[in-house]
Design a binder for this molecule. Structure first.
Ligand code: OXD
Ligand code: MN
Length: 586
């Protein structure tokens, strides 16, 4: 690690050769200057000031619209430390193949030095990073997503020596020369050839998940791909729940849920919608902070019904990436409220009508918006010690097999549920859509070390904590024989949260034991009130033996990949499940 930020900036500028170097202070004036410059060179389009005050549209290179997992590497010395689920490259090879891509990369460009804090400024769990980038769009987004500028530099000056350097250049934006490389031993990040959020806003996936997960392993905490919400009950108590869901499975919607039972006193408060850093508190509970200060959410499908709080949060001071534009400077995406406009400019800048036959907004188009604008932001979202987590949800998108919700028998079983969770793929990453893939703890693309060791660390965290959270699996996406979703989802997911609260506060009543875990009775969820037929309700909670035997077989294939890194406890949990599913032989 360089001994000072100045020294590192000096070193990097000697091979990247920027025309100018700007140290970002995070001020309003600095942001205004950057925005004006981007508006004048076309990188941003200012939206209609009346309907979208201080909002901008950015169109990315059409070859650069999502995270590129196949170009994302863990560069540990030993390949086993990256494990079977990560791409590995040795640090020496990275030096040879990736480092040269930065040579002269900033000629004719400005280098921005972006110091940032992940976590509430006053939190003992917050950590510092410094990103060097040649993209002003990245700077503007980092200003929303992190506590950026002077505040972070002050912390380094005050003696924070464990800051994480991240070097980013747009390069030539070609996927042939694109790499997102992480060096867990050196706690360093290199990203070249992409300006897309998940690849280029280095505080987010690269630091707060991949590098931070390795820090957590070494230091006894967890960096997780999880939302954090507070569920307020009619009695006024608040139950904090964390939830891991693969990308684009409705995590942001759940974190910002508008309660349909608000008149009864049920409400949801958002602490975080993508990432949680979890430490064990002096009381033996898990305490979570949200390391981010903004939301980088998927736009399509967001509307007044699916996420009214997001709609009001994004209505000002936001950056939109790859959505469609109307003639009068408004924006549009598939699934937005109101009629489909008869004419638009699509995400690539081409004229579009409903007959064009393509999507007007890219399916992975995004909004970047300050968390503080969320109307249901928790009053505790910046509490230095975080919030105490009573329950963890593991969710996925599964048409069959997985019931709407069920509870793990204990911590070890809960870790097993997380380790074997799976989901049908979506558009947040490049690659095929609709294929079932195992995505343990929703960390498949984000765990910075061997996933088997990571499960071991999870098991250990439960042993260290006197009071670990209860664990649940959820699935909003179960379909009937015609392929229709049985569960209404969105706001109605509150009913599942309500049952979860009941479980953690009042014990496992209103549930029955099955081979896979504790499943609620339909009336404990209130399927009747929702007009769900009893056949459908049965299907929603069904634990089908044949489906589950297939599931167990598929889990087996996955678990085998981890060889000696598979914790024996996970293997035992798998065997125990298999046994519970086998026919009773009396
Ligand atoms: C995200 C993702 O952008 O998970 O949050 O892909
Ligand atoms: Mn995410």
């Amino acid at each position: 690690m360089p001994s000072s930020v100045e020294e590192w900036v000096d070193e990097v500028s000697r091979f990247t050769h920027p025309d100018h170097i700007v140290w970002c202070d995070g001020s309003e004036a600095e942001n205004d200057r950057l925005i004006d410059q981007m508006v004048s060179d076309g990188a941003l389009i200012r939206l209609n000031e009346q309907s979208w005050p201080n909002c901008f549209l950015h169109r990315s290179n059409p070859q650069d619209v999502a995270r590129t997992e196949h170009l994302t590497f863990i560069c540990s010395e030993n390949p086993e430390d990256a494990g079977p689920t990560n791409n590995w490259m040795s640090p020496a090879e990275a030096e040879e193949r990736i480092r040269p891509l930065f040579d002269n990369a900033m000629r004719g460009r400005t280098m921005y030095v972006v110091p940032y804090i992940m976590g509430p400024v006053a939190s003992p769990y917050a950590k510092v990073g410094v990103e060097i980038t040649d993209s002003p769009y990245v700077v503007a987004n980092m200003r929303i997503m992190t506590r950026m500028g002077k505040v972070a530099l002050d912390r380094i000056k005050a003696g924070a020596t464990d800051w994480v350097p991240g070097l980013h250049s747009l390069g030539d934006l070609s996927p042939d020369r694109r790499f997102i490389a992480h060096f867990p031993e050196k706690r360093t990040i290199w990203s070249v050839g992409s300006g897309y959020g998940g690849n280029a806003l280095l505080g987010k996936k690269c630091y707060a998940l991949r590098i931070a997960s390795t820090m957590g392993r070494d230091q006894g905490w967890l960096a997780e791909h999880m939302l954090i919400l507070g569920l307020e009950s009619p009695e006024g108590d608040i139950t904090y729940i964390a939830g891991a869901f693969p990308s684009a499975c409705g995590k942001t919607n759940l974190a910002m849920l508008k309660s349909p039972l608000e008149s009864e006193g049920w409400r949801v408060w958002t602490v975080g919608e993508d990432i949680a850093w979890i430490n064990i508190g002096p009381d033996g509970r898990f305490w979570a902070i949200n390391p981010e200060s903004g939301y980088f959410g998927v736009a399509p499908g967001t509307n007044r019904k699916t996420n009214p709080n997001a709609m009001s949060a994004v209505s000002r001071n936001s950056i939109f990436t790859n959505v469609a534009l109307t003639d009068d400077g408004n924006i549009w995406w598939e699934g937005m409220d109101g009629p489909i406009p008869s004419r638009l400019t699509d995400w690539q800048g081409n004229p579009w009508t409903p007959n064009t036959g393509t999507k007007a907004a890219h399916p992975n188009s995004r909004f970047t918006t300050p968390a503080s604008q969320n109307p249901v932001i928790s009053p505790h979202w910046e509490d230095p010690q975080g919030v105490p987590i009573s329950a963890i949800l593991f969710g996925g998108r599964r048409a069959r097999t997985i019931p709407l919700v069920y509870r793990a028998f204990d911590w070890d079983h809960g870790v097993f549920l997380g380790a074997t969770m799976a989901s049908e793929t979506t558009a947040a990453a490049t690659g095929a859509v609709g294929v079932v893939r195992r995505d343990p703890m929703a960390m498949l693309p984000f765990c910075g070390y061997n996933m088997g060791d990571y499960w071991g660390h999870w098991l250990e965290m439960g042993r260290q904590a006197a009071n670990p959270p209860a664990v649940f699996q959820v699935n909003w996406f179960r379909t009937d024989d015609q392929g229709r979703y049985i569960w209404p989802g969105f706001g109605e997911n509150l009913r599942v949260l309500r049952w979860v609260r009941d479980q953690v506060r009042n014990g496992s009543s209103r549930a029955h034991e099955t081979a896979v875990g504790l499943v609620p009775t339909p009336d404990a969820i209130g399927t009747n009130d929702l007009g769900i037929s009893s056949d459908d309700a049965e299907a929603l909670f069904d634990v089908n033996r044949d489906d589950w035997l297939r599931e167990v077989e598929d889990q087996e294939v996955f678990l085998q990949k981890f060889g000696r890194h598979l914790p024996p406890t996970i293997r035992q949990q798998h065997q125990a499940l298999q046994q519970r599913l086998s026919p009773v032989t009396v």
